[in-house]
Design a protein around this ligand. Sequence first.
Ligand code: HEM
Length: 121
Amino acid sequence: MSLYEELGGEAAVNAAVDIFYRRVLSDAYVIRFFEGVDMEKQAAKQKAFLTMVFGGPNSYTGLDMREGHKHMVEKMGLNDSHFEHILAHLRSTLAELGVPAEKIQEVINIADSVRADVLDR
Ligand code: HEM
């Protein structure tokens, strides 16, 4: 079974979207990156984000991640400190959903594997 299936597949992603979204958007340290991004696009983004870090079928590539975040690196100073905040929200979202610690770590490892692409280096 893939990690994505173990976590509960699309239903698990849907459950996580609201919690993750709420946590990210109530974080004063990263909110500025999300201002002016339209809600519909944002919901799809959250879903794509979570499917990807769960190891699911939505196969975003490094190139997509690089292109998708480059403007934030160049114009808004997106860096490791912001990346760490997003990882922390991911951790606490999964903990709130009762995901076991070792599965949370697997998800975090996948998320961390795109760090260099997201931060364009
Ligand atoms: C594990 C790391 C990350 C992953 C896997 C990820 C994933 C994604 C995905 C799949 C998209 C949608 C791209 C598209 O199709 O348009 C996206 C867009 C976006 N991401 Fe990330 N992301 C990560 C880190 C971050 C961080 C650290 C921030 C800021 C603190 C961030 C802010 C955004 C914003 C604001 C958008 C929307 C950009 C726009 O529509 O203009 N992401 N991300």
